[in-house]
Ligand binder design. Structure first.
Ligand code: 2HA
Ligand code: ZN
Length: 271
């Protein structure tokens, strides 16, 4: 058996949470990440037949039975993951019934998975149906994206168009645009279902006055996606009080998409 502390997926969780904390995206116990692992990569580090505890998830996800995830814990602080991963993270396998989590490693203080597990698992199901290579669901509270939801219309077309218009990279990095949910109570199946529904069309879902959900194949890709949306929102907030002298037009966006051979949501432009 190899040492779990050397596992690349554990290190990726440690550096992602540390970077997100450093950027101010995850105050206190804010934010959560789930990372779908391959059985064979986990088997190098853990005895898969050894289940420490089983924990009910509170909802049914038969599609994910047998799938293994490394997940951040409820009430845990991102800033502490790097130094104490075995308390702040857990590795779970969804049981055969689809509604229990079998703890294979972690949460040594008796803790459990993030309160947002329903939104995560339902989002994994939605993203996997669109892209079988999806591995990561990441949630956080980045400042400028949150600020933007206070002052901008939250319909997806205008929210996306504003973000695309802030900087050249936007449409290249998120050509599908961003899904936006109105303010909702978090931590339950309802917001989970609403998020997952959006995840069929978007890799980014913004929760008004709360935060952002991102999905991707790798930790870097997902992190970079959120980072780019947040940077565009920052440009919007930094410049919103000023008269704009230079803007990216719809025609500019079309030329960008052509130059980079990008398939984007054309219906979000007024061509
Ligand atoms: O896990 O961010 O949405 C803490 C949160 C809840
Ligand atoms: Zn949150």
């Amino acid at each position: 058996m190899k040492n779990i502390f050397d596992a690349h997926f554990l290190k990726e969780m440690q550096s992602a949470t540390a970077n997100m904390y450093r950027l101010g995206w995850d105050e206190r116990n804010g934010g959560n990440i789930s990372y779908l692992l391959k059985e064979e990569e986990v088997a190098d580090y853990l005895y898969l037949e050894h289940v420490i505890r089983t924990i009910p998830t509170g909802f049914e996800a038969p599609e994910l039975a047998g799938r293994i995830f490394i997940v951040t814990g409820t009430g845990k602080y991102f800033k502490n993951v790097k130094t104490d991963p075995e308390t702040n993270l857990g590795i779970i396998r969804i049981g055969k019934d689809g509604s229990t989590a079998e703890l294979l490693w972690g949460w040594e203080d008796g803790g459990k998975f993030t309160s947002e597990l329903p939104a995560h698992l339902m989002s994994h199901i939605a993203r996997l149906s669109v892209n079988p290579e999806n591995r990561i669901i990441m949630h956080c509270h980045p400042d400028y994206t949150l600020a933007m939801t206070q002052v901008h219309d939250i319909d997806e077309k205008s929210f996306t168009r504003t973000l695309w218009g802030q900087m050249t990279e936007s449409i290249v990095v998120f050509p599908d645009g961003v899904g936006v949910l109105p303010w909702m109570v978090c931590g339950n199946n309802e917001i989970g279902r609403a998020t997952a529904e959006k995840m069929k069309d978007y890799r980014i879902v913004v929760w008004t006055l709360h935060g952002i959900y991102g999905a991707g194949k790798t930790m870097d890709e997902t992190f970079g996606l959120i980072e780019t949306v947040e940077k565009a929102a920052k440009q919007f907030i930094l410049t919103s009080r000023f008269e704009k002298k230079n803007i990216i037009t719809d025609e500019n966006l079309v030329s960008l998409a052509e130059a980079f051979n990008i398939d984007f949501k054309r219906e979000f432009l007024d061509l």
